[in-house]
Design a protein around this ligand. Structure first.
Ligand code: ACO
Length: 433
């Protein structure tokens, strides 16, 4: 690990005649952060809506350079990892370095161990899920249910226990996703084929009609692998921050992942990939020009947003979106050349990137803008897009939980600016008050 250079230094805050020294924490990459722990002693708090300027943890896993549009996993630019296997990248995130070929082999064997196929009781859970249930809710419930069946060694040290739980999660996720897809399709569940590569197995679990011996084609499996790699981690986004918040209370790993899945579901976060396709369909079906939708997105009185555009951290083209855009162009041409939504997306991107509103606010396509188009070309229904995000992001969640377990952390507990009534007494007779 690179040690930050130079004296850490401090920032000084003047408040009501007192000078408060706030020591600086200097990261290896990114903005220095003021340690504001002393503020409580001065009866002061920090107001930072959406935690946009709050560094709640020290982490060595992932760094997003939003100004330049770069994303690094353990220091490696993500575009250089885009064609590595997803499990190699998961190993990198979890253990900190790329695996040797022997380490990669052992890791794959652990994750793909047939004994880790989820317990039959969890499989039966999916029989109770109605076809109308969103697969994100199914994944969240099935993940929580792993708590009951995880035969992890309670005597093992905390690191080994989290590692074992993480491997069980990575092992289960494609199976859960396949089961969720079978509920949506109203078809019997497929069986995990552990001799296949991770992405190939995910595809066959989702698309093979049980009893047939259909195998996914290589190009599609490669594209899916790339998407899993690009979604594997993204520092302290909403769902990972949720995971860490749960971890900080000492709750169990699967409960934290289950909570993170629910946070990811929202349309402003991972659910945007489904929302993008809904928006593109709306544009197509309306027959209205793109300018109409652009004007709506700019109108603050209209809740309509350009889904798949904008990002809390990226203020230039999202590194992942560039790779995904190219995958979309290649795959749609091969699998769904007639799909009009790709054309609409390309045109929308062009007009938005030339529009002053989007230019001034530095709003660019994010990872979700083109990923839904790829999933659609492969044949996934819209509801499955965010679950596929979960499969990739599970790798990052394991890494973050492990880091929480092996570093000292306080319980997460933000403060507030209270705006309610001051103390008052309950009236003697409330009904007549
Ligand atoms: N369409 C129109 N205007 C937008 C959009 C958009 N997609 N995104 C941001 N803006 C505007 C805001 O209204 C704001 O305008 P203002 O300065 O005039 O008030 C300005 O751009 C800055 O945006 P913020 O709201 O401050 O950005 P924030 O960091 O809070 O939100 C977010 C980021 C949630 C991603 C937002 O851009 C958005 O809602 N995008 C659409 C949903 C989306 O694609 N989410 C996926 C993100 S990637 C991921 O989580 C995997």
């Amino acid at each position: 690990m690179v040690v930050p250079e130079g004296p850490a230094g401090a920032a000084n805050l003047r408040y009501e005649g007192t000078e408060i020294e706030l020591p600086l924490e200097r990261p290896t990459l990114g903005r220095p952060a003021m340690d504001v722990s002393a503020l409580g002693g001065h009866h002061l708090a920090v107001y930072d809506p959406g935690y946009a300027n709050t560094a709640a943890y020290q982490s060595a896993i992932t760094f997003v350079d939003g100004e330049a549009g770069h994303l690094y996993y353990r220091g490696y630019p993500v575009e250089q990892l885009a064609s590595s296997s997803f499990l190699e990248v998961a190993y990198l995130l979890i253990y900190g370095d790329l695996p040797t070929s022997q380490q990669a082999e052992e890791f794959v064997a652990r994750v793909r161990d047939p004994k880790l196929v989820p317990h039959a009781a969890i499989e039966r859970l999916f029989d109770w899920f109605p076809q109308s249930m969103h697969p994100m809710a199914m994944l969240s419930m099935a993940t929580e249910a792993l708590t009951a069946y995880a035969e992890d060694d309670p005597g093992a040290d905390p690191r080994a226990r989290v590692e074992a739980a993480g491997i069980r999660l990575l092992s289960a996720m494609p199976v859960f996703t396949g089961y969720a897809m079978s509920v949506l399709r109203g078809l019997p569940k497929g069986r995990s084929n552990r001799s296949l590569d991770y992405s190939e197995d995910l595809l066959q679990l989702c698309f093979t009609i049980p009893g047939s011996d259909h195998l996914p084609d290589n190009a599609t499996a490669r594209a899916l692998n790339t998407l899993l790699v690009l979604h594997a981690d993204h520092e302290l986004n909403c769902s990972t921050a949720t995971l860490r918040m749960v971890a900080s209370s000492g709750a169990g790993f699967y409960s934290g992942v289950s909570a993170a899945i629910n946070a990811l579901w929202g349309p402003l976060h991972g659910g945007a990939n489904q929302a993008v396709i809904r928006m593109l369909k709306e544009i197509k079906d309306s027959g209205k020009p793109l300018s109409h939708f652009l004007e709506r997105a700019k109108d603050k009185m209209d809740p309509f947003l350009l889904m798949g555009f904008g990002h809390r951290v990226y203020k230039s083209y999202d590194a992942r979106a560039k790779v995904i855009r190219q995958v979309a162009l290649d795959l749609v041409e091969k699998l769904a050349p007639e799909d009009p939504l790709l054309d609409i997306a390309l045109q929308l991107e062009k007009v938005a990137l030339e529009d002053e509103y989007f230019v001034l606010r530095r709003l660019y396509p994010n990872v979700d803008f083109y990923s839904g188009i790829i999933y659609r070309a492969i044949g996934f229904p819209d509801e499955m897009f965010t679950p596929l995000f979960v499969v990739g992001r599970s790798a990052g969640w394991v890494a973050h939980w492990l880091e929480m377990t092996t570093t000292s952390n306080k319980i997460g507990r933000p403060t507030q600016i209270y705006t309610g009534p001051k103390e008052r007494s309950v009236p003697k007779n409330p009904a007549t008050a």
